[in-house]
Ligand binder design. Structure first.
Ligand code: ADP
Length: 581
């Protein structure tokens, strides 16, 4: 029941719309019930030779009037009830998105993007259906169903009882088959998304497929998935193909009963021919309410299950949050201190970092080196609190970062991740991240610093070139320089760069590093790089190996130590010399 709280405010806020919608729906139900009454009168007049053209024209006008009113009210209930369900859908989706955005990195490590997408699409759709069609089906089942049966009883009780015999089959048949259809429909959807995902992946990796001559094997994979999709579709078609004729069969059985018993009663004048026709009309009207009765329970159950799932996410608190008394931070803070920091991804996981102690001075450059998988990226991601330390503490300007407002920390620190991520849009959008009022000259300065200006100017649309699927295909190095320009534009006092020149050539890399060096004294900079020539100028260099700081000092000191740093530096020097030959 707690999940209901999630949608209750929308019902309260839109109560007028729902009220009008319900009234219109009930009006449509009753208007539909009047037509058989008019038919009865007309037919009785005809059979008793009391009808004349004028009377018939009046009956016809009544029916036209009712049909017009039905159309009008039907439009209104659809607009109001389906409209409300769309409002709830929009509101829920926005709230879900906003909430998921607040969740912390550990949540995203544990949750598949596909699952989040499924919640945002399927679950929200089920809730919308349960609200919109659920209200309609329930109202029709109760109002239209009972009123039509009421009219039938009014005409003849025995006939009604016999005519209703096949109805439970319609109710339970719909319940059973709609549940089955829903399950099969889910399987079809799943198979379709698997197929599209495979196709997307194969085209994204087309170069690898071609290079390894894997076309035949990959086509086979798609063929298999395509077959699976068809197989599941056919299974669904079998049920849908069976469902409607089956329902029709039951309503026809009712018709046969009415024709036989009702016909007999008409012959024996227990009921009039008009009643007989009206009865058949009412019978036609109750097929839908009977189906609705079977359908509505499934709709509501499905909607409830989806609402519970959404509620569970909404109740998942972000792991990394502000303390109630969180403090602010000086806007040009800079000193970072790691005190006995240990960290592991998850409670049962092995320690990725242990006993880290380092002081990163304000305005100085700190280089981080170490073998792959040693914990460098993890070390960096603890500073902007993408993850919280498991033990120890990290201080900025003497304050534990867990006591500082998260927003302030993220504004004070610019973090450029290893994988440059570009959004769909222009280069400008990707650098400014939507911030307006940035001077063109400032943008150019920043692009120059990231060694991007010349490349961007060579594009016909310059900085307004669209990147990604709809635009030009950028090289890894170009993407990396856009990400770098983005982090320079942020102009925060602390800059964290995770392997910022890994994808650019040595010459461009050196120029970028020189530009980063020019910020020495102004900004606190932490750089991870596997290319040690990019770190050798740093004020201090820490080597992280198996989650521990194994070497710490400046280039000269580490060279003298003759360990990982010195060995790797010499090896890379030889490599570069050989490449230059
Ligand atoms: P480096 O940057 O030095 O290559 P990382 O910090 O990326 O090293 O990774 C250190 C270790 O932590 C590796 O064993 C890696 O598999 C693990 N790791 C990294 N990110 C995650 C994560 N999000 N969840 C679980 N383990 C992770």
């Amino acid at each position: 029941m707690k999940s209901i709280e999630l949608i209750k405010p929308y019902f309260i806020k839109n109560r007028l719309m729902i009220g009008i919608g319900l009234l219109c729906l009930i009006a449509v139900d009753f208007l539909q019930l009047i037509i058989p009454r008019i038919m009865k009168l007309a037919i009785d007049d005809l059979t008793l030779f009391k009808a004349d053209m004028k009377k018939l024209a009046i009956y016809a006008l009544y029916i036209i009037g009712i049909a017009l009113l039905t159309t009008f009210f039907r439009y209104l209930w659809r607009k109001n009830l389906i409209g409300t369900s769309r409002i709830v859908e929009e509101g829920l989706r926005n709230r879900l998105f906003i909430h998921i955005q607040t969740l912390s990195s550990p949540y995203f490590d544990k949750t598949k993007t596909g699952d989040i997408m499924a919640h945002a699409t399927n679950d929200i759709m089920h809730i919308r259906m349960a609200i919109g069609m659920g209200i309609v089906a329930l109202t029709d089942a109760i109002i239209l169903g009972s009123a039509a049966i009421g009219f039938m009883l009014y005409i003849n009780k025995t006939l009604t009882i016999f005519a209703l015999i096949p109805m439970p089959f319609i109710i339970f048949g719909t319940r059973l088959l709609s549940r089955k259809m829903h399950r099969l429909y889910g399987a079809v959807q799943e198979s379709f998304s698997e197929l599209t995902e495979s196709v997307r992946e194969q085209f994204a990796g087309i170069q690898v497929i071609k290079a390894y001559a894997r076309e035949k094997e990959e086509s086979y994979i798609i063929e298999t998935k395509s077959k699976d999709y068809i197989k599941k579709n056919l299974r669904l078609v079998k049920i849908t193909g069976f469902f409607f004729p089956m329902m029709l069969l039951f309503s026809n059985i009712s018709l046969v009963i009415v024709l036989y018993l009702g016909g007999r009663q008409t012959i024996y004048s227990t009921i009039t021919p008009g009643d007989f026709v009206a009865f058949i009309n009412y019978l036609g009207l109750i097929t839908w309410p009977m189906m609705a009765m079977g359908w509505v329970t499934n709709l509501v159950q499905r909607g409830k299950a989806s609402l519970d799932r959404i509620n569970k996410i909404m109740e998942t608190p972000p792991e990394i949050v502000d303390k109630i008394d969180a403090t602010t931070i000086h806007k040009d803070a800079g000193e970072i201190v790691f005190k006995n920091v240990s960290f592991s991804y998850g409670d049962d996981a092995q320690s990725v970092l242990s006993d880290i102690n380092i002081r990163i001075e304000k305005g100085k450059i700190t280089g981080i080196a170490g073998p792959p998988g040693s914990g460098k990226t993890t070390f960096l991601s603890l500073i902007p609190r993408l993850y919280d330390v498991s033990c120890g503490q990290i201080q900025i300007d003497g304050e534990d970062i867990r006591n500082i407002r998260l927003y302030d920390i993220r504004k004070t620190i610019t973090f450029m991740p290893q994988e440059p991520f570009l959004f769909d849009g222009t280069i400008r959008d990707n650098i400014t991240l939507g911030s307006k009022n940035i001077k063109e000259s400032d943008l150019e300065k920043i692009m120059d610093k990231a060694m991007l200006l010349r490349t961007v100017k060579s594009f016909p649309s310059g900085i307004d070139t669209i990147v990604g699927e709809k635009g030009i295909v950028l090289s890894g190095g170009q993407k990396q320089r856009i990400a770098l320009a983005r982090s320079f534009l942020a102009d925060s006092p602390i800059i964290i760069l995770d392997d910022p020149v890994s994808q650019v050539d040595v010459e461009t890399g050196s120029a970028i590093i020189n530009n980063i060096r020019s910020m020495q004294g102004e900004k606190t900079i932490i750089i991870v790089s596997h290319r040690l020539s990019a770190l050798c100028f740093a004020d201090q260099i820490a080597v992280i190996d198996k989650g521990k700081i194994t070497e710490l000092g400046n280039h000269d000191l580490l060279m003298k130590l003759g360990k990982y740093y010195a060995n790797t530096f010499r090896m890379q020097e030889i490599e570069e010399e050989m490449n230059a030959i």
